[in-house]
Unconditional design. Sequence first.
Length: 346
Amino acid sequence: MKLTRRTFAKSMLAAGATLATPGILRAAEKELIVISYGGKLQEPHRWLADKMESEISGLTVRLVPSESQDIVAQIKAAQGFSPYDLMPNGEPPHLIAQRDGYIQKLDRARLQNADNVVPEFWEKAGGYGVPATFSLIGLAYNEELVENAPTSWEDMWNEEYAGQVGICRTSSNLGLGTLAMAARIFGGSERDLDPGWAKLKELNPVAGRSPRILAQMLERGEIAVAPLWNNDAAVAAAKGLPIKFVKPDPGPVAILSFMSEITGARDPDLAYRWMDGIISTEYQEMAADAPYYFGATVKDVAVPEAARPYTPSTPQEVAALQSVDWSEIVKVRPQLVERFDREFAI
């Protein structure tokens, strides 16, 4: 039997192999299936989905919370066919997606809001997808367990935190960014990660399989300090938990996220409508506000007062942001994941 998008969706449903519910089958004539985030961080996507459903008769937008690497594994296992239409990717998997062809090149002329976007962010998109938001990797800590708050990346190695530091698996951008910063701080680089590996081993850290699990460990007091996404720290604090976020010296790592049309999307016009909504001022202002605090990728979106502990809001903070040469990291990403799992017993 020839494998098609429809037969793939049916076989995945029958096997129970997808991360989504049986609702991923396309019951509606107009249906858009978007990979999204979990928990409260999905709410901006849900807002946009509701808006599109109200504007387009008969449209259903389904959001499937998942890590991008899990979706990519499904697409590859199915020989390139996918029941999904769009997905967000941070910079490292975005580069891999371009190389492997499972996202589509973007025609910016089809976007009404294209001129909203900061030009430098378009350059990073590489012609694929829209620059959706950016997030920061900084240090989060449980203030009930920490007497002296960290102020720099090097503070992770303070004796006060010995045995209480958590790090994330390198299958995630959070884990890769942590490794890259450890290497750079202690004499290495993206091309020479060995100093980073050595320093992370020195921590004798508690390893988390995903950013969400690492955040939960911090919330439960199983660890006291961890590199964490600013958004996850903000959501925890909004729940009344004793979690604080630090933009550590010499600066937090900024990672752009892109929203891209997946190859084989059923209705490209709907996919473009979604991507155009992502770079609208209205969406960006919502995503930048409490409790999400995503960095805006469009012009003239002010940083809300409540977001300033989590988002760069001054020229000095923007200038201090750290970037990573992801083109070097993605070359060896499978080996980095394998090494992390071996050395930290994941």
